[in-house]
Ligand binder design. Structure first.
Ligand code: PHE
Length: 448
């Protein structure tokens, strides 16, 4: 099939911003702070940095190499390096993108609705009742559809005109909002207790395989790895980019966003004496405890609440763009669809797939455990094997444009041996968690 001319990022900064936009999402704004507080504070942060460096970065570079080297979307990129037998792995990536965006759009819809609530109603009234109304049923679907509509429109507008432009505006705005809220949170009485809760170091908590698996799983999800998002974005690069350097910048920014998000969340929760509620559920603390805090400071709370949920929404949107881009670009390359048709049809199907999750939190949880953990890790495992053993000369591809190259053989060795071994350990634990979610769902559906 003759390939239409492929779009390219207009600047290097545009690519980096889009990739940071993909990485920085709901995973940073809430999941990271929560895991840190639960799992040993600063010691967990250290573990997270280690898994980012030793698992995340090698895989990110692997995805970049395949994307830039082939200039194709995932299925064809894998085929062009390893033959048609590897196409199913690309199919797995597309499936993961489908499933992740299906439930991600639902959660993003909640943040959309909360941001709108801050403007139009404020947060008075029972926070639990508000969350029930927002997170179950057609109301949730309405906001999910609005969010997905925005995602589809931006992807349809193209790599440069849609994704790059949006990321160049939204990512700096997001940084400003988060820093502003950090400063505000620091002025609250009780902020110190919040920081202490967040970062209280306990090395004893960290020394377990489970926690290692949590850190690695989080690093993977947060860096958007294991489903071809980074591969697809890199396929719009020109030859002379310094891939390793860009990977380091992206992973570093991703960590920075996650870390400072914790500096805003916990002081707010502690300043309003809501710390007792944090342990119950991650989602609950975010959508129930925080609105309670915002309600108790009246008009100022509406402003702070608006900024907070807008930050979540922006972070989610730029991540959703990359999830849809994986699916849509596969339809463009593989089926010859126009970009607009691909964005609309794929986005529409994904929205429909998310509707059950808008009605039932257990379904949402199961989708998250299966796609967000297991599928990404399986994808990462095979990516490591593929670039480590199968792809003909990945180091040669990285060399084009890289400023330092002496460590490249070590990178490949890592992909061959260390990364797959670590990922197998992590998978062992994630599969168990996914299984637990499945049994919960089944017993709930059968009325148990
Ligand atoms: N990295 C995003 C987040 O942290 C989620 C994501 C995963 C996006 C996989 C794209 C691909 O929320």
């Amino acid at each position: 099939m003759p390939q239409p001319e492929r779009e390219q990022w207009s600047t290097r900064l545009g690519f980096v911003m889009a990739a940071v936009g993909s990485a920085v999402g709901l995973g940073n704004m809430w999941r990271f702070p929560y895991l840190t507080a639960e799992n040993g504070g600063a010691a967990f942060v250290l573990l997270y940095i280690l898994t980012t460096v030793f698992i995340g970065l090698p895989i990110m570079l692997a995805e970049f190499t395949l994307g830039r080297g082939s200039k194709r979307s995932p299925i064809q990129a894998l085929a062009s390096f390893g033959g048609d037998g590897w196409k199913p792995l690309g199919g797995l990536f597309v499936a993961a993108g489908f499933l992740i965006l299906a439930y991600y759009g639902v959660i993003a819809g909640w943040t959309f609705r909360y941001a709108a609530d801050a403007v139009f109603h404020g947060f008075a009234g029972s926070p639990a009742a508000r969350f029930q109304a927002a997170a179950g049923g057609w109301d949730a679907v309405l906001w999910q559809v609005l969010f997905m509509g925005a995602t589809i429109a931006i992807v349809a507008a193209g790599v440069r005109g849609g994704i790059e432009r949006t990321s160049l505006v939204l990512m700096p705005a997001l940084a400003l909002i988060v820093i502003g809220l950090d400063v505000y949170a620091a002025t609250l009485p009780g902020a110190g207790a919040g920081y202490a809760f967040y970062l209280k170091t306990s090395f004893a908590d960290v020394l377990s395989w489970r926690v290692l698996a949590d850190a690695a799983g989080q690093a993977f999800f947060s860096l958007s790895l294991g489903m071809g998002a980074m591969l697809t974005y890199a396929s719009y690069l020109s030859r002379d980019d310094d891939l390793p350097q860009e990977a380091v910048v992206i992973a570093g920014s991703n960590f920075a966003f996650a870390f400072v998000a914790g500096l805003m969340v916990f002081p707010i929760i502690f300043a309003f004496g809501l710390s007792g509620e944090v342990g119950e559920s991650a989602v609950g603390a975010l959508f129930i405890s925080l609105p309670k805090a915002f309600a108790s400071i009246g008009a100022a709370g509406r402003i702070v609440g608006f900024l907070f949920f807008t930050a979540m929404l922006v972070a989610a949107l730029t991540s959703a763009l990359s999830l849809l881009e994986v699916v849509a670009s596969s339809a463009i390359d593989g089926l010859g669809w126009s970009r607009r048709t691909a964005a609309l049809v794929c986005g529409g199907l994904i929205t429909a797939l998310g509707i059950p999750a808008a009605f039932d939190l257990d379904i949402l949880d199961l989708m998250d455990k299966v796609a967000g953990n297991v599928l990404l890790l399986v994808g990462g495992f095979f990516l490591a094997i593929f670039v480590g053993w199968v792809a003909p000369d990945p180091t040669g591809e990285v060399r084009k444009g890289a400023s330092s190259t002496g460590w490249l053989p070590a990178w490949r060795g890592f992909l061959r041996w260390v990364v797959p071994a670590l990922l197998l350990i992590v998978l062992w634990f994630s599969t168990q968690e996914a299984w637990d979610s499945l049994t919960t769902l089944v017993s709930h559906l059968t009325g148990g």
